[in-house]
Structure formats: C-alpha cells, structure tokens
Design a protein. Structure first.
Length: 238
C-alpha cells in the first residue's frame, strides 16, 4: 500500500487506538496509577479485617484472664473461709468435709495459676500480632496517600485526552478511502490492520523477523507500507 509518511503516522495511531479500545472492551480506560490505588485500597480493607480479628483475639484473651482472676479470688476467699472454719470446728465428720473442700480449692487454684500463666504468654503474642497489623495499616495509609495523589494527576491527564471513539472518527477522516479500505481489509484478515516495526520485530504479532525480511522492510520506499511476512499486518517503520 502506498501512503505518505505523515499519513502512515495517522494510520498507526488509528490502529493503536482501535487495538486499545478492543482490549478494554469499550470500557472506560483505567490508568496504571488508579489500578495501583485500587490494589492498595483492597489490600487495606483486607488488612483492616485482619487487624480487627487480631484485636478481637486480644479482647477475648483479656476477658479470659479477667475470668481466671475472678475465679482465683473466689477460691482464695473459699480457702480462707475453710481455714477459719477448721480452727473452730471439732466435729470429725465436719472437719473432714472442710478439709476436702480446702484441698479442692487449693487444687483448683493451682490449675488456675497454670492457666493464667499460659494466658499471659498467649496474650503477649496476640498483642504483638495486633501491633504488627497496626503498623502495616499505618504503612498502607501512607502509601495510599501517595497513590491517591498520583492517581488524581494521572486521571486528570487521562480525562484531557479525547474520547477514543471520537479520536477514531477523527483519524479515519484524515485518511483516504483507498487507505482505509486496505487497512480494514487487512484488519478483517488478521485482527490487526497496521502496527509499528522497530527494525527487528513486528508490533502486530511480535515476531522477530529474519535478517533478510528486516532488510527488505527497512529498504522499502518511504511512501510504501510493507507487510509483515508472518501475519500480513501493514508495518509502519518507527
């Protein structure tokens, strides 16, 4: 296909715009910065859920410690009462019952002290875990602040660009009927009507061409659009 170099640049922009629109499925373009922000916001929500679970685990363990301590206080009072009763009780049967109750209270106190030690060890680890989640949340917050500013700038710059559909109509209007017909025919054939050639590879199929093919494409007249020998796409030399 014969086409002046200035028109070749228009054709390449048209092809690139149509390919980008095809990739997005016609949906609104999302900048890389906005994608990064969305990822960080999702990560932040997941971290908040994890931090809430970590705090809940700490709260539960603190409640368990309070329960153990309250049970211990009750048993200590029971132990003191039994000892007081033993000093005044002379009935053998009654003394035996009190001694049995005293033994039970002491045994349960010993068990509770062991449980309390384990609970204190566990809550130490739980609090460390909660603090780690808190620190990660703080770090994410700082990253999100930076990402928001970057996304706002990128989105503002993106919104200044013309609508892809409008741009496509404008670009097609700059090309001749013959050029558009050849381009559309090739696009129907291989899905990609035109692509750039960087001196080595086709921008349509991304194949690195052989040395002879590379040389033939580079030596083609400036107003000629050679085909890619692999996929048939019109190649615009960049």
């Amino acid at each position: 296909m014969k086409l002046q170099p200035t028109q070749q640049a228009v054709l390449l922009e048209l092809a690139s715009t149509e390919r980008a629109l095809q990739v997005t499925g016609g949906k609104a373009f999302v900048t890389t910065e906005q994608k990064d922000l969305n990822r960080l916001l999702k990560e932040q929500q997941e971290m908040r859920n994890a931090a809430a679970s970590a705090q809940m685990a700490v709260d539960d363990m603190e409640s368990e410690i309070l329960r153990i301590q309250e049970d211990e206080r009750k048993l200590r009072r029971r132990e003191r009462d039994d000892k007081t009763q033993l000093t005044a009780e002379v009935d053998p049967v009654r003394r035996r019952d009190i001694e049995h109750d005293l033994y039970s209270a002491k045994s349960r106190i010993a068990d509770l002290m062991s449980e309390l030690q384990e609970a204190h060890n566990e809550i130490h680890a739980l609090r460390n875990n909660r603090d780690v989640h808190g620190a990660r949340l703080d770090d994410l917050g700082r990253k999100i602040d930076l990402a928001k500013r970057a996304a706002e700038s990128a989105n503002e710059a993106s919104s200044a660009k013309p609508d892809p559909q409008t741009l496509i109509l404008e670009l097609r209007a700059q090309l001749s009927t013959e050029a558009l017909a050849a381009y559309d025919a090739q696009k129907n054939d291989s899905d990609i009507g035109a692509a750039d050639f960087n001196g080595r590879a086709c921008g349509g199929c991304f194949m690195v061409l052989g040395t002879l093919d590379q040389s033939a494409i580079r030596k083609a007249p400036a107003d000629e659009l050679p085909h890619c020998p692999e996929c048939g796409t019109y190649l615009v030399r960049t």
